[in-house]
Every structure is written in C-alpha cells, then in structure tokens.
Design a protein around this ligand. Structure first.
Ligand code: UDP
Length: 421
C-alpha cells in the first residue's frame, strides 16, 4: 500500500491538505455567516451519509443554495465539502466516497475500503483526462492498491489539465478545422457508434485520425491534405489537437485515438469480417492471432504486412477485395495509409477502412504502450520520444512547436475574418 519511509511524507501531505481545507473554509466563512444571518430560519445544512476507510461512516455537509444565489455564496457552500478533510475522514485524492447503499456491490476486503476516500477520485481524474475506460470500481481499486504521493500529485495535475481543457460552455455547432481539414468533435463512444453504423451501409467509408504530426503534414503536403478532406470521418487524436480545439473555441470532447478505440470497437464487431493490413512482416498475423484469441466472435479474413512494392499494390488490393472483409484496418503510417485508402477505397470492396498508424505494433506488444499515468497527463508522446529519440525528436520536439504556432496563426486569421468570437 505504501513504500517504507513514506509515512513522514504522508503525514506532511495530510497536514498540508488540512491547512488548505482550513484556509478555504475560513475564507468562505464570512459569506456563509452573512447568508445565515440573512436567511436565518430557512438556512439548513444537509448531511450526506458516506462510508469511509474500513467502512466507517462519516458525513459531508452541504448547503443548498437558491438558483439565483451569488457566485461567491455558491462557492462558499461548495467549500463545505472540504470539512471531512479537516476531520481526517477524507483526503484530497482517494476513491470516491460510497453511499451506504452502494456497499452492497462492493466486496468487504475491497482495496478501496482500506484507504480514506478523496475529494478527487482516480476515476474522476481519468474522466477529465479522457482515459476512464474501465468501470469505476476497478479504477478505484487499482488506485487504492498502488496509492502513493507521486500518484496523487499526478492525478491532481491531470485533473487540473483536463479541467482547463474541458470547456463545455464554449461548445459551438461549428466543426473544428485545422489545415483546412474538418475534424469531428465527438467522443470515442460516438466515433464507435458512427463506425458501427457505417458497417451497415453499402457506401465505403474512410476514417482517419489526425494528431499534431498529421496536421503539420497536412499544412505542408497538399496531396495528403486533399486526401483527408475526402475522408468521411476525421477524429481528433492527441493532446495537441485537443489544445488547439480549445484555442479555436471548438473544443473536442475527447482525445480519440486508435489504441484506445479499438478494444472498445472490437466487442461491437461480432460476426463482422476484418482484414488487417500493415506493420512489419509477421506483426499483422500476430495481431490476428491475439484478436482471434480475445474475440472468437470476430471473423478475421486476412492479415498481411504493410511493406510491399508499389507494383504489388494492385495484388494487395485484390486480395482484400476478394477476402470479403467489411472492416479494413491499415497500419502503414501517416500519410502512406491514408493515401492507400483514398486511392483504392472503391476497389477494396470493404464498408469501412481506417488508418491506424502504429496500432498493430502496440497490440502485438512490439512497442510498449506508455504507462497510464503518462497517458493521464497527455504525455504519451514523451514516452514515444524516449523510445525512439532518433526517429521521433523532429516529429515531437520541433513538430509540436510548429503545430501550436500554426494553430495559433490559423486562429488569428479566422478571428480577423470574423470566424471566431
Ligand atoms: N509501416 C508499414 N509500411 C511502410 C512503412 C511503415 O506497414 O511502408 C508500418 C510500420 O511498421 C509501423 C506503422 O506503419 O507499424 C507506422 O507506425 P508509426 O508509429 O510511425 O505510425 P504513425 O505515427 O506514422 O501513424
């Protein structure tokens, strides 16, 4: 549960949290007192029953405020939730405190009941960072098992970042456009719904992911840009595009990437015919083997490497067309995979073709995926940079800077033409 020598750090952290809670509560007391005096008999504190560490019950005070209450009063009332921090029943970070009736679904020795619950839960932090893919209880239990100060600091940081990037009030009807490519402002779940919907329609569809590197390419390469403009669905991949979407006042709800989308799409593909094209020799076959094992309901009709000569392309396309595949995943890197799909979409005889970049290498575990704490912070690119510095430094170090510069320039241009508020 904790490493030796961290007790001191733990105590210090808890006292710091207490001091923080005490300061916030003191700061909000004048506004609460003023409201108490003004409303007197109508002032009623509610106490929410919760279950804490070792199933010990405790209560969280809440003060219902009228809808038209001033903002400072609403904030003051919210600050009351920090009370259990002072009494030591809760911590700043910890599993979400359970209501007594929720205990039924939780086993008695669940790790989440061995630590103090928190104001910010691991599940909420992951939701804000768009990486909450498992159910709430497994995320909270996993957190409680590996709880540490570093992990808490990480969750606070990722929640703060997610909160800054989360601007539902700015949501507008308009699409996000980067490098003249319209990018869908939808979540992973909605993207899956669309893809599954496409599978039932006869028109072949082309789905692409665009991250900062892709946008840079689209800005400089007209052929790739034009290909992306023909795609039926372009998904916003990575923290860079998400940041740019906020700058453009067209926030995307989530970072939608292939590595997180595929495991959620696969269970929806029972009985569907799937073809895997891409990556080094043997990798696609290995991915097919793993998918067959994990999803016996899938029908894998073909797998082949993405290294072939231009003169072999016709044969590759024919193989796919004859395989009867409905869904084709192409993992040949950007922009080769998008060019391949756009060039051949009407000959491939598939319903949906998706460019998925390095996905097969991750699924076959040729390249390890960044640990969850890095993904929570939107730092998966740093992990890839460290793995392959020679290939990736230009893409990430220079690329991210020029991406942000271009995104800002586009935003300025749009603002001056009245496209932005
Ligand atoms: N690849 C391929 N054919 C090629 C060049 C690359 O199949 O001619 C594969 C490569 O083995 C890797 C993927 O394409 O599996 C590209 O991965 P990368 O991480 O570079 O993807 P990107 O970020 O470019 O989309």
């Amino acid at each position: 549960m904790h490493e030796p020598g961290t007790d001191h750090g733990e105590r210090l952290a808890q006292w710091t949290e207490r001091a923080l809670a005490a300061s916030v509560l003191c700061a909000s007391s004048p506004v609460l007192l003023e409201d108490l005096l003004r409303r007197r008999r109508k002032w009623s504190l509610h106490w929410q029953e919760r279950v804490g560490k070792q199933r010990k019950p405790f209560r969280i005070p809440t003060l219902p405020t009228p809808d038209d209450a001033p903002r400072r009063l609403r904030l003051g009332a919210k600050a009351l939730a920090l009370w259990p921090l002072l009494t030591g029943k809760m911590r700043l970070v910890g599993p979400r405190p359970l209501r007594p009736e929720e205990l039924k679904g939780i086993s008695a020795d669940s790790p989440r009941l061995q630590v103090e619950p928190g104001i910010l839960s691991a599940y909420r932090a992951r939701q804000l960072a768009n990486v909450a893919f498992d159910d709430e209880n497994s995320i909270e239990e996993e957190y409680a098992r590996g709880r540490s100060l570093r992990r808490d600091a990480n969750l606070l940081l990722s929640a703060a970042m997610g909160w800054l990037l989360h601007r539902p009030e700015e949501a507008s009807e308009h699409e996000l456009e980067l490098a003249q490519v319209p990018i869908a402002r939808i979540s992973t779940r909605e993207a899956i719904e669309r893809i599954v919907g496409y599978l039932d329609q006869p028109t072949p569809r082309f789905v692409a992911f665009v991250n900062a590197h892709c946008a840079n390419l689209a800005w400089t390469r007209r052929d790739y840009r034009e290909v992306l403009q023909t795609a039926d669905l372009v998904l916003a991949d990575g923290i860079g595009v998400r940041l740019a979407s906020v700058l453009h006042q067209r926030p995307v709800p989530e970072n939608v990437n292939g590595t997180d989308l595929l495991p959620r799409l696969l269970p929806r593909l029972a009985g569907r015919r799937l073809y895997l094209l891409g990556a080094a020799p043997g990798v696609a076959v290995e991915v097919a083997r793993r998918l067959r094992q994990q999803h016996p309901e899938l029908v894998l009709v073909g797998a082949r490497s993405g290294y072939f000569k231009p003169e072999e392309e016709r044969q590759v396309v024919q193989d796919i067309a004859e395989s009867g595949a409905e869904l084709l995943l192409v993992a040949m890197g950007v922009p080769a995979q998008e060019m391949f799909i756009a060039r051949n979409l009407h000959r491939l005889n598939v319903r949906v073709a998706i460019g998925v970049g390095g996905l097969f290498d991750f699924v076959a575990e040729r390249i390890p995926r960044a640990p969850i704490w890095m993904r929570e912070l939107g730092l998966e690119w740093v992990y890839r940079l460290v793995q392959e510095p020679q290939r990736m430094w230009r893409r990430y170090l220079l690329g991210n800077v020029s991406f942000m510069a271009r995104a800002l320039r586009e935003r300025r241009a749009r603002r001056s033409t009245g496209g932005l508020r």
